[in-house]
Structure formats: structure tokens, C-alpha cells
Design a protein around this ligand. Structure first.
Ligand code: G3H
Ligand code: ZN
Length: 287
């Protein structure tokens, strides 16, 4: 199995009350760790680039080729969805052009009517090429790669209108926040999630998946969350592993300064984190 779109995979997740993880990549090591975790657990996975990460790596086409070639060289057999995370209108169009399998058009900062109109345009362009679309209603709190949201709860009427625009999955603001959660965080709003889940059949997406207590994630999945986005937890795992490597002076022994040796513990830490989240989400193994 190679790259696939996300439509059927997430539809099945909503119907089956489980989620499929969406993990951000930043470079070759991240890509290998995420794909390796999917293969190890024999589960489908979504690998995504933010606009900032794609710029850092050299552009969307390079990212798409990197994932495609890594799938080949690692003999990855599970379904992999290559996705644009929090794309603006131009980025979504470019990723549709270069052949991502799935794009998020994040119009939360636009007036609602414009978000709706542009979501419809992106859906038409993407669906003509068999590419899935994620839309967003209500902003996700905090900041991710320059995308800043105040974290309000999604409006149910707006969510219904956006769902009717034809995306394949819908990101909803339910008190979730990007990055590290503040100590005084009030938790997810299950009341709002229930209202959204009752009104909308589409797979719902939970952003800001890092640091939410496991019980809250499981409850949200049971209620209709089918895609959980996780980024910061991999970054922290990576950073701690690299810090430990240097703290133990491993770079001083047996050519430990070789970047391949320096990067290995961080890569393993990402892979372990992704595997543990796949298990939390209950993603079933591929038959
Ligand atoms: O779009 C990506 C995410 O929502 C990741 O959020 O960095 O808080 O895990 P996180
Ligand atoms: Zn996000």
C-alpha cells in the first residue's frame, strides 16, 4: 500500500469510535520515525507538514517526494496519508497541485462567509483530483508555526454550514490549545463536542493533541473525534533525548559527534511517542 487519501480511513474511524493519529514531520529523521511507528504497529497513519515546516524543508514538492521515497526505501506497507496541516488558501492550492493526498484549509481567521466560500473552492479543486479536505471552525488556542488562535468554542450553526460545504473532516475548537497546556487549562468542552457530534456526521478533528490527559482523549474519540493531531509531544521527546545524549557526553566517545549517532536517540524517542499515541487512539491494525 502506498499513499492514499483520508476520506475512507477517517469515515471508518468515526463509525468505529477510534481515531487515526496525525503526526507532524520536520525532516528526514521525523519522517522515518513516524512511518516506522506506523509500520511497527501495522496501522494507517497521517503524516503532515505545516506551512512553516514545509518552507524549512524546501517546499511542498520536496516534502511530498521525501515521504514517498521514504515509504519506498523503508518498505512501508501500511496506508499513509500525506497531509497539509493548517494551510492557507495558497498553500492548499499548491499542495493539491503537487499531489498531497489531503489538505487542511484553515480559514478560521477569515470572516466566516469567506472561510465558507474558500472552503468550497478548495473542496472542488481537491475532490476533482481525489484529494481529501479538512476544514476548521472555531480557532484552536495557542500558536503553532505562526498560526495563532484564541481558542474559542466552535459555533454549532457555523460548523453545520461548513460541513455542508463538502470537506471530508472538520477540525473543531472545543477548548483545545496548540503547544503546552497552561496549568489553569479548563479541559475539553465535552458539552460542545456533544452538540457538534450530534449535528455533524463527518469525522471530527482534535488539534493540540499534546498534553491532553488520556481519559479526555478517549472520551472525545468515543464521542466522534476521529483524527487527533500531535506535534509538540514529539518535539519534547526529541529535545529531551538529544539533551540526554550530550549530558552523558556521548558525543565524546567513539565518534559520537557523527550526526547520525547524535540524531539516533531523538529519532527513537519520536518513534516511541508516536507508537504510544497510536495505541491510545485505538487505531486498528491493517488486515
Ligand atoms: O496541527 C497540529 C496540531 O494541532 C498539533 O498540536 O503541537 O499541541 O500537539 P500540538
Ligand atoms: Zn493544529
Amino acid at each position: 500500500m502506498s499513499l492514499v487519501n483520508g476520506t475512507e480511513i477517517f469515515k471508518a474511524a468515526r463509525e468505529g469510535h477510534y481515531a487515526v493519529g496525525a503526526f507532524n514531520t520536520n525532516n528526514l529523521e521525523w519522517t522515518r520515525a513516524i512511518l516506522g511507528a506506523a509500520q511497527e504497529t501495522n496501522t494507517p497513519i497521517l503524516i503532515q507538514t505545516s506551512m512553516g515546516a514545509a518552507k524549512y524543508m524546501g517546499g511542498y514538492e520536496l516534502c511530498k517526494n521525501l515521504v514517498e521515497q521514504t515509504i519506498k526505501s523503508m518498505n512501508i506497507t501500511v496506508p499513509v496519508i500525506m497531509h497539509l496541516d493548517h494551510g492557507n488558501y495558497e498553500a492548499a492550492k499548491e499542495c493539491i497541485e503537487v499531489g498531497y493526498n489531503s489538505v487542511m484549509f484553515d480559514g478560521h481567521d477569515l470572516p466566516f462567509e469567506e472561510n465558507l466560500a474558500k472552503t468550497k473552492e478548495i473542496v472542488a479543486l481537491a475532490h476533482a483530483k481525489g484529494i481529501s479536505v479538512e476544514a476548521e471552525v472555531g480557532s484552536i488556542g495557542g500558536e503553532e508555526d505562526g498560526i495563532i488562535g484564541a481558542g474559542e468554542l466552535a459555533d454549532v450553526e457555523e460548523a453545520k454550514q461548513l460541513a455542508a460545504a463538502g470537506p471530508d473532516y472538520l477540525a473543531v475548537g472545543i477548548g483545545n490549545i496548540h503547544g503546552v497546556y497552561p496549568e489553569n487549562w479548563q479541559g475539553l468542552s465535552f458539552d460542545r463536542l456533544q452538540e457538534l457530534a450530534d449535528a455533524i456526521d463527518l469525522p471530527l478533528v482534535l488539534h493540540g493533541g499534546s498534553g491532553i490527559p488520556k481519559e479526555q482523549i478517549l472520551k472525545a474519540i468515543e464521542m466522534g473525534i476521529s483524527k487527533v493531531n500531535v506535534n509538540t509531544e514529539q518535539q519534547i521527546a526529541w529535545s529531551n533525548a538529544v539533551k540526554e545524549y550530550y549530558a552523558e557526553n556521548k558525543d565524546q566517545a567513539e565518534k559520537g559527534f557523527d550526526p547520525r549517532k547524535v540524531l539516533a536517540p531523538g529519532t527513537k524517542a519520536i518513534k516511541d511517542t508516536v507508537e504510544s499515541r497510536i495505541k491510545w487512539f485505538g487505531t486498528p491494525a491493517v488486515k
